[in-house]
Design a protein around this ligand. Structure first.
Ligand code: SF4
Length: 211
């Protein structure tokens, strides 16, 4: 079954699903629609958006006009709606907001995608980012608590290392398509490097004689 067919089978007529900050729905005629969750009520008057390019622009900036470097950070602009009867086109439009994340969920749900342990990701870094691999488990937990939890809607599936069982398997509830994180992103790698460097600097300054 193609991804678009899978999407259509998950979102049957008159169904609603949550996908990140979006509400996805399908009317009795089979037309798919997506809008921000705060605009879920049908009485709201919304700007119709009917192109992938326009949706990419919506995903780029928050309501205050600030660039959104991480597409799964909370803060997606509201006030618009996109509709199409074609499941393939609908999937393209969802990918404009959350690139590749429907496919990630389907692959994970079919056991066809193994999360990459954080230490595997950090171990592949080169140049100045190699240092990120020296973080302790405690720093890795701090990274998740300080960067991922408040700043990203994805649910982490990767373990810190291959030998520690990691996170419980994510199961979707009946009204949701989860946004998953199956490998730490560049923001997490950057933060890991910062934490490692802070610890290194502290350890070295602690041993420096005061003059
Ligand atoms: S590592 Fe994953 S959960 Fe954390 S900020 Fe990056 S994409 Fe989001």
């Amino acid at each position: 079954m193609s991804l678009a067919d899978t999407l259509a089978s998950l979102l049957e007529r008159e169904d609603r699903l949550v996908f990140g900050e979006l509400t996805l729905s399908r009317d009795p005629h089979g037309v798919f629609s997506a809008r921000h969750r705060v605009d879920a009520e049908p009485t709201t008057s919304l700007e119709p958006i009917d192109s992938v390019a326009a949706l990419r622009e919506i995903a780029k900036y928050d309501s205050a006009g600030a660039f959104r470097p991480l597409k799964t950070a909370p803060g997606l602009r509201s006030g618009w709606c996109t509709e199409t009867p074609c499941p393939r086109e609908f999937l393209r439009r969802l990918d404009a907001i959350y690139p590749g994340l429907f496919a990630t969920w389907v692959a994970y749900d079919r056991d066809a995608l193994a999360p990459v342990p954080l230490r595997g990701t950090l171990g592949r870094q080169t140049g100045m980012y190699r240092f990120a691999g020296t973080i302790t488990d405690e720093m890795a937990h701090r990274l998740q608590a300080e960067l991922c939890a408040p700043g990203c809607l994805r649910r982490i599936t990767w373990p810190i290392d291959a030998n520690n069982g990691g996170h419980a398997r994510v199961e979707a509830s009946a009204d949701e398509i989860p946004l998953l994180c199956t490998e730490a992103c560049t923001f997490a790698v950057t933060r890991a490097r910062e934490l490692a460097k802070e610890a290194y600097d502290q350890a070295n300054s602690a041993g420096t004689p005061q003059g």
